[in-house]
Write a protein that binds this ligand. Sequence first.
Ligand SMILES: *Cc1c(COP(=O)(O)O)cnc(C)c1O
Length: 462
Amino acid sequence: MTIALKNLPQIQTLLTYPAIAALVDLFSHTETVDALRGVIADLRAAILAEDAALPDFESAVFAATVLHRIEARRAPSLVPVINATGIIIHTNLGRARLAPEALQAMHVAGESPSNLELDLGTGKRGSRHTHVETLICELTGAQAAVVVNNCAAAVLLSLMATAQGRTVVASRGELIEIGGSFRLPDVIAQSGATLREVGATNKTRISDYDEAIDDTTAALLKSHTSNFKIIGFTAAPDRRELAKLAKQRNVILMEDLGSGVLIDLSPYGLGDEPVVGEILKSGVDLVMFSGDKLLGGPQAGIIAGRRDIVAQLKSHPLMRAVRIDKLSLAALEATLRLYRTPHDPLRDVPVLAMLSEPIEAVEQRAREMMQALWDVGITDVDLHNSTAYAGAGSLPQQDLESYAVSVSVPHLSADALATALRKATPPVVGRIERGHIMLDARTVTAPEVSLVARAFARILTP
Ligand SMILES: *Cc1c(COP(=O)(O)O)cnc(C)c1O
């Protein structure tokens, strides 16, 4: 072993061999040296562990090992993944799938110059917000609207522009953390406003808000408790009461909706999430919601409401720092257009289509997945009833009926199989339940079924 370790060549020596020098020419000195260091380190570990023999360092075979390593490092980092988790809007997997119309709009906006900030009527500088403002107003009944980078930025901008140096009243039951260290109290602090907490975790009354308002108060902030629910002995004033109070006391009522829906989903048995338009109608002055949650569009933060407040946001210095980029704006406009006739958002917006897909169709796809796995030699597969979720804090109370396929592979634990699936091309992400990998068919599309099977085939015969 010591002999073998001693005979590991210097990197400088390796670089003089023609096959390695060719890699320097093809790629770069840095990449080749990095790859050589990696290969030698692996070799050293192998020698220590199992007394492996030294390869012929001048051979084409050794150069191929180095080439492979360079190529692996050059491969794209962001790659498509099969979402078999049953969570439709999965934040770690990129949230909403976009509609073909939105993808097309991004393509066009990326490929060619556009009238992003040019008024084609007057030839003067225009505003990027005009491209979606009318649509948002039409779909929500808002007087005005503006879009930013995401909902977190929407909340920050709204608070900063309306309440900096003043106080914001919020219920203790709604001081949420939504993950990724977005905590409402911290965001309020960041905005330069002072939080005045009212009520108790489970109960807040309108009188609590009333008593907290003084001449430093700028706004009442209501928030969607996206990812948790307090049940039992609870109370919170409804929006109309809050709106009435805000008006009487001359403060703004704003609401962080998080997900936000533009159409009533309750007829489809999908919860009782209030529609943005209804929320504005009940007297809320300003609402903020995400573009890539239930709306089914790109990452964006939509702010809709009173014209005078929106105007304040548009001219605030932070606006520039949180503005939406042209690709997202293009995708957002295209997505919003799918909410207009003759489109049917339940059919044309992928998130909503997946959410409302009839259980029979999900079962059918689960059976197709079982068959495809059988076809590549996986015999330990089973069909199960499953529960899928909207995800990303959307419709938190809503269990979605679904079907999942459980899969086992001989000599692989569920954890080892999950790891192998994540490393497959494309990676497949499922869930582990009762010691089995479960692939939920609600979030896997028909064309992806064969990709799942292919990933398993490669695991069986690498
Ligand atoms: C998801 C969410 C946000 C943040 O939205 P992003 O678009 O991810 O920035 C803010 N508030 C609530 C209540 C949420 O659910």
